[in-house]
Design a protein around this ligand. Sequence first.
Ligand code: SAH
Ligand code: SF4
Ligand code: F3S
Length: 430
Amino acid sequence: MTKKVYIHTFGCQMNVHDTEKMYGVLLQSGYQRTESPHAADLIILNTCSIRQKAEQKFYSELGRLKSYKKIRSDIKIAIAGCIAQQEGNNLFKKAPYVDYVFGPQNIQVLRSIAGKRPPYSALEENPDIELHDLPAERDDGIKAWISIMYGCNNFCSYCVVPYTRGRERSRPSENIYAEVSQLAEKGYKEITLLGQNVNSYASDVDFAGLLKKLNGIDGIERIRFVTSHPKDLSLGLIHAIADLPKVCENIHLPLQSGSNAVLMRMNRGYTYEGYVNKIGALKNVIPGISITSDIIAGFPGESDDDHVQTIQALKEICFDGIFAFMFSSRPHTRAAAYENQIPEDIRLQRLSEILKLQDEITLRKNKAIEGSVQQILIEGTSETDKQSLMGKTRTNKVVTILKTNIPKGSLIDVEIVKARKHSLEGIPLS
Ligand code: SAH
Ligand code: SF4
Ligand code: F3S
């Protein structure tokens, strides 16, 4: 009988895409995908370690799996992703019912996982980059994520990623080109290039060169990328984004804090003034660009004044949207050992203030495009309103329109008739 695999994914887009690769490899090796853990012969938890909350979610799920194994002892349990890399063989001690542990740099071991005798782990750092070229099993058909680089060298003092994903390596541009070309042939319209710091992509070409190459692929209509690091965003790249018609007018550029003292202790490699200059260049060179960001509230040693500087920064820059998080102390990181850790109630209070302010700004920014005409790519039925279709603008804003027979994957022009905090309402022009 065909074996079935179920994967539970935690964490970022990179992890979601890694899950697509895991399914891809396992389907090639004869497994079938199931949406029910009860029906699975192999359960993989693809884990995230970025904040304590993500880790807690994983451990409660891991606890649940113990009972599965009691009912069916032949079931195999694998831990993948960033916690797998961080905890390694300790996971076998913490949960003796775990069979396999492999990190994000070793997904290729799934090719022969059925032949491995538990407990088995694969935690090698920086294996050959070509090993990451795995067949992704994507279900969308319109939008696809593509890895262009792995790992991170920045060692921001709060962050686990350099410890879990290893050193930065860029995938050869011809491999990326080949993957995107195949997706275009299958009818994909939008690609999102993935890396922790895409601006420092360095292969036979730099990131601007890569964008230029991919812009030439027929059938692909939109190119997006995450994440950009402010310190590596050059004027040359800003012009490339402006000049290449398929590259969308949208950038996610994490600021983290508006205080230079905090940025310094975060090891971010830029000042607030330097960041604001880049925002100025982006807005000048790319008219209508939308800019989103990440903010950390309550970093160790953050004074009331530092926090006020972040609030000021949000008011000055007016991001289209942000993700904001309470600082979370993480294993191995330098910030975990910093003095003056901020108590949780203050971190929470600062976070709510940030989120409340940004909500007002986001709504205002959305209101500003009421009445404008925007091109949207139809992604299918809206998840929140089954009577509507959902699409995104080039600036990555969600637009809903009343359901019609417009097929998924169409690019249409809509007039924005109403702005809300999290979405816009549009009416198709033709
Ligand atoms: N490579 C990207 C994103 C990494 S993780 C970048 O450099 O911006 C996504 C976001 O999680 C980060 O931008 C940061 O805001 C947040 N984050 C990372 N570690 C954190 C921690 N220890 N506590 C709170 N937030 C954290
Ligand atoms: Fe983490 Fe900084 Fe690397 Fe982003 S750039 S992944 S925040 S270390
Ligand atoms: Fe992503 Fe979480 Fe790892 S955010 S890189 S899965 S720690």
